[in-house]
Write a protein that binds this ligand. Sequence first.
Ligand code: NAG
Ligand code: NAG
Ligand code: NAG
Ligand code: NAG
Length: 617
Amino acid sequence: MAALPLIAAAVPVAMYASSKLSLPQDAHLISSLIGSKIAYSNIAKSDTLNVTHRFDGCYRKYPDREALVFEGRSYTYRDINLASNKIGNWLLAKGVKRGDIVSLLMQNKPEFLFCWLGINKIGATGAFINTNLAGKPLTHSLKTATATMLIMDTELASQVANSLEEIQQMGYSIYSYGGPEQFDFATPLDVSGVSDADTPEHLRRGTTVDEIAMLIYTSGTTGLPKAGRVSHSRTSVGPMFWSRFYKFSEKDRIYVSLPLYHSAAAVLGMCVAWSQGATVVLARKFSATHFWEDCRRNNVTVIQYIGEICRYLLNAPEHPLDKAHSIRLAHGNGMRPDVWNRFRDRFGIPVIGEWYASTEGTGALSNYNTGVAGFGAIGHRGALASLLDKGLKIAKFDVQTEELIRGKNGYCIECEPGEPGELLTLIDSAEPTRDFKGYHQNSSATKKKIIADVFKAGDMYFRTGDILRRDKDGYFYFGDRVGDTFRWKSENVSTAEVSEVLSQYPDCIEVNIYGVQIPGHDGRAGMAAIVAKPSMNWDQFAQYALKNLPRYSVPIFIRKTPEIEITGTFKQRKVELVNEGMDPSMIKDEMLWLDGHSYKPFKAGEHKRVVSGQAKL
Ligand SMILES: *[C@@H]1O[C@H](CO)[C@@H](O)[C@H](O)[C@H]1NC(C)=O
Ligand SMILES: *[C@@H]1O[C@H](CO)[C@@H](O)[C@H](O)[C@H]1NC(C)=O
Ligand SMILES: *[C@@H]1O[C@H](CO)[C@@H](O)[C@H](O)[C@H]1NC(C)=O
Ligand SMILES: *[C@@H]1O[C@H](CO)[C@@H](O)[C@H](O)[C@H]1NC(C)=O
């Protein structure tokens, strides 16, 4: 990275030399990287690494600027500062110290931000618990936080009450906050008499790159959530890059309807706003019905998405005001190619900023997409950027064994353009964005994500678990999560690709594709859980699928389902579906199977024929 400034100076000249090498795009990427790098080294030098300084900086510059709008109420930077000081002082009075962890179970509401900043202001770390959790995943998350104080949203008390005994056994004291209700098992967090003065200055100094600002949990599509350790440096430098790359300014009004307990909203929503002094319009949760109206009423300029959100918005009936808004940028992650252009055109969004990044991972990709070129891509690296940034590699991967393929020399093999493989990202503890801090108190989960001696002796990479391919023009496309691609009839079937094609069928509202084992058969057969409109004609659907997909990719089984279960971050859950398999006696949904060229009912008799090998699949 040290070589970057020199080369960047040559970029404007070189830009004209060849547009084939995508130099303008590279130049924008590289200048954003350099800008954030310089800004980061400045805050490191001035000992203001601690993420609360990002907020404090805005507060000093623009105390009376609108920082937050929530359900019609407006909060200035000063309001948030004073409210979070109160929380900080309250925590100090309760004996919470620098380095302690405080669990926070709170919906999207101003109190979330007061607590987050209050916790950081005294040098403690917040463990952001997913508010959709109950039972085992909830207690597991609280346990892995290794905290002894839980600040609980009064509206989420029943989830806590249902696992109360276990939570108390872990040594938690429970405080309720964010509403007037009272509970016999929780002490109200009452800040009415608490000072709103700044927390002591000496606590402000000496944050190191190793200190953790928050624990943010993985979304748990495949199992119990893991607590990613997010450092102060990561929380600072990430937004410094994103705000440059997507051209944020203090004039932006960012609509955040994703949950704050996850990094998309917390880091790329809130921290980006705090790096500029922008305004956040916060929604309690995403609602397809209120989305555009909220944006219009609040003069929103930037919206944040997760792929499924765009699909829900597109599924809503067209409206004369669809394009009546001041949105300049939609940024987020997981916009699928089949949705992309339709979304841009129908809602008139000038820039789609798709990015690829994970809470804990060490590499990021971003696309600044303004037209058809590069639509559907999650990122781009032209010749120059790839030369400078060698930290992203797509490596050959065996779908069946789910292992990386190593060559005769023992090293992994980079894929050719167009060839799918697992994305590996370099780990380098000297670089804040390349430093993998691991999962809190779970070294076995941490070790699983690290691979060593990958392309040369002694190097280390983070295993993203994502299958990507990169085309010859430098665009990266998302394939699947490792484990989601399955083998059928010696072919590799990508669930994401099948899902994309079938989702375009007009009577399909939602599709979830996965592979199931059939006793006596190799590989996995494709199965689709489909939410369909009442007008669905399954024969025509079969025709469509057979016409648009290779035969081996067309789902053999369908379950007609009233809804598809998603995680709190809008990712589809597949594990339960895979485990339920293809036995109609075990499945409550009505099933169909591909019998020749049409979908027919699949009941015990058909199941028997399939399992005994009498039916042709
Ligand atoms: C972070 O900064 C806040 C105030 O800006 C300070 O109170 C706190 O102690 C600092 N935390 C760490 C870990 O340095
Ligand atoms: C939105 O913009 C209009 C026109 O500039 C202005 O009159 C209105 O007050 C703004 N509303 C908000 C909530 O900022
Ligand atoms: C399927 O993927 C494997 C790697 O897991 C690869 O070796 C094989 O060639 C692929 N098969 C097809 C038909 O693409
Ligand atoms: C560590 O993570 C694994 C998943 O990778 C999980 O099964 C296990 O329960 C975790 N252990 C602890 C102590 O949280």
